[in-house]
Design a protein around this ligand. Sequence first.
Ligand code: DX5
Ligand code: ZN
Length: 224
Amino acid sequence: MRQPVVIAPSILSADFARLGEDVRKALDAGADWVHFDVMDNHYVPNLTIGPLLCKALRDYGITAPIDVHLMVEPVDRIVPDFAAAGATRISFHPEATRHVDRTLQLIRGHGCMTGLVFNPATPLEWLDWTLQQLDLVLLMSVNPGFGGQQFIPATLEKLRAVRRRIDAGGCAVRLEVDGGINHETIAAAAAAGADTFVAGSAVFGKPDYRAVIADLRARAAAAA
Ligand code: DX5
Ligand code: ZN
């Protein structure tokens, strides 16, 4: 079942020196979720932010869903910390954990929603025995690690394949796409089945967040 469009700006491209303010500005401008990219310089070749900053956003008064995207290895050690820090959803890459089912149970056991993330070359077979435990499937449309990369077109076929699986399972799983989403690519991703859109460089750093977010949402809704 296709769910209403969600626009989730990635704070990877936000102003880190004024993070609370910049995140609030994006939410006031119509963003639905805060996409929170966690990188460890191990699973991906970059280093970003952790639970302390998630908690700092909550303490600052951010109440919107925080969509934590873990690009870390191992995964389990850090899950309880993010739950305690106020994460709403915790998504991870299946290759980065030893026991995928255990990690999913851990996330739900700590009161968060689950997501499984697929890199461009990661096969969808991981979904065979996990779909029922998922609240979200996240397809990377770039290789993880950096903002501002080009959308990989093969993601569209993969989105269609996941959409078929979700619809066949009759479950209310969100289908999120992450990487290179902007006014040129969002319609094709929506037409291929995505309902949740991460956008970093397309939103942050732009002069008018409201105009960008409204435009992205309109293009996604029209193509769905
Ligand atoms: C990449 C991150 C993305 C990134 C997207 O590893 O997962 O969330 O911030 O940035 P853009 O939208 O600029 O491609
Ligand atoms: Zn991300």
